[in-house]
Design a protein around this ligand. Structure first.
Ligand code: EPZ
Length: 417
């Protein structure tokens, strides 16, 4: 079982670059199903989730070809419109094929993703949105079976802000008859990136990045080319890696404006941050204050950086109250941090973190999900002695060679089998 071994006590300094955003790349790849021909993506990250998505596209009958950070997707006449459980259970974002398949072909069979470590992750809002557009949705043996003559534009109000739901319904609506208006839409930068690509393909989408997105249906789309935005969660993780060791680092090829909420929290905690358009620098610091944190939809503090920030708060001066409002079970990393000696009291959706600088002792810990694994690596950077993070395959889903990036900044970190 792969593990990451981190030896604590090294200060991280220097410069590192961010990779393309996983959570932008995944919907972009599914959007290719809307137009036959060759789609080209630049700044594509090398991640397990991207490989899984290419596997699924190949099963549909597409041809995917990788050349460094360039990914070409040749969409031909599809030979299948079914996303099997074996693929979907490995990567729940596969559900994002539903919208393009219904929108383009009027039918789809997609396995229900099932839950995951951080929560039940329902897709009811995705399905409600498709039904509002006129799709017939049945559940059969664990699969969503969808049929639609021709989708018709309508107004859809999401009762909960949902990133995937907004993306899925937006992709279904681009070829519908008439105008679709999404209300209480998610505003994440990845939604904006997807809308920009769809518009390059010939779609007519306006308002992406605000809570009201308007989609005027068109009759057909064509393939295009696109540079994937930098990964804001990786950028934030790297900044916190510098911060937690008291070091000064710069993350290039990033988009600091996409993590303004993290930058403000780090400044509130006492760090000095310089943000340019495509790079961000955190200055060395010998001490920082505990700050309270509440996760919420963009532009508020992202849930995907909650675990990493909690690691930083274990070393802060004072007590930090961290509230997780997006997922019902996103504190799986707390008990692992406690194993390292952190002083944390978890409640239902709130964790009280009492900071003690230098209090962590290296130990074997278990990664439970993608961002928890990053949190434990960050804690290992400051724990005394050696921390072995087991089940590190979780990390590989969303971080491109994180250990090499951290090593280039001065960390002592090795992958073992
Ligand atoms: C996306 O997941 C991201 N994944 C997640 O990143 C991220 O944590 C999440 O958005 C929130 O920002 C990708 O983009 C591939 P949601 P998604 O729908 O779309 C509830 C990572 O670490 N909900 O915005 O699944 C849901 O239970 C991953 O990179 C419904 O109730 O998240 C949650 O409480 C983890 N019904 C809330 O909405 C639905 O139909 C937000 O979920 C859909 C969602």
């Amino acid at each position: 079982m792969d593990a990451m071994v981190v030896r604590g006590g090294r200060q991280l300094n220097g410069q590192v670059s961010a990779s393309g955003a996983k959570n932008a790349a995944l919907p972009l790849l599914f959007a290719t199903l809307l137009a036959e021909g060759e789609h080209v993506f630049y700044n594509t990250p090398r991640l397990k989730d991207i490989e899984s998505t290419c596997e699924l596209l190949n099963l549909f009958g597409c041809e995917t070809q990788r050349d460094g950070q360039v990914l070409r997707v040749k969409v031909k006449k599809l030979k299948s419109l079914e996303a099997h459980y074996e693929v979907v259970r490995k990567m729940r974002a596969s559900i994002l094929c539903l919208g393009p398949l219904i929108g383009k072909f009027g039918q789809a069979q997609v396995s229900l993703p099932g839950g995951c470590a951080i929560g039940t992750r329902p897709i009811d809002l995705h399905l409600e949105g498709m039904k509002s557009l006129g799709a017939e949705i049945q559940m059969e043996n664990g699969y969503v079976v969808a049929k639609a003559e021709k989708l018709r534009g309508t107004t859809i109000l999401f009762e909960t802000t949902t990133v995937g739901g907004t993306e899925n319904v937006m992709m279904a609506a681009v070829l519908a008859d008439g105008i679709t208006r999404l209300e209480n839409a998610a505003k994440e930068p990845e939604i904006v990136d997807l809308a920009q690509y769809l518009n390059k393909m010939g779609a007519k989408i306006s308002g992406a990045g605000t809570s009201i997105i308007t989609i005027e249906g068109v009759s057909s789309l064509k393939p295009a080319e696109h540079e994937i935005i930098p990964d804001r969660i990786e950028t934030g993780t790297l900044l916190i890696a510098g911060a937690i060791t008291g070091g000064g680092i710069t993350v290039t090829k990033s988009r600091p404006s996409h993590i303004q909420s993290l930058i403000e929290k780090l400044r509130e905690s006492g760090f000095t941050i310089h943000a340019e358009r495509d790079s961000v620098t955190i200055e060395k610091s010998s001490a920082w204050q505990a700050v309270d944190l509440t996760t919420a939809p963009h532009p508020a503090f992202p849930t995907d950086l909650q675990a990493q920030f909690m690691a930083l708060m274990t070393q802060a001066e004072g007590t930090s109250v961290i509230t997780e409002t997006i997922f019902e079970n996103r504190f799986m990393h707390v008990q692992e941090l406690v194993r390292l000696g952190a002083d944390i009291t978890p409640k239902t959706r709130v964790a009280v973190v009492r900071g003690h600088r230098g209090s962590l002792q290296g130990a074997p810990v278990m990664a439970t999900d993608l961002r928890a694994s990053a949190c434990l690596v960050l804690a290992g950077l400051v724990a005394n002695g050696e921390t072995r993070v087991n089940r590190i395959y979780h990390l590989d889903r969303g971080y491109e060679q994180l250990e090499l990036k951290l090593e280039s900044l001065g960390a002592s970190i090795q992958r073992t089998h």
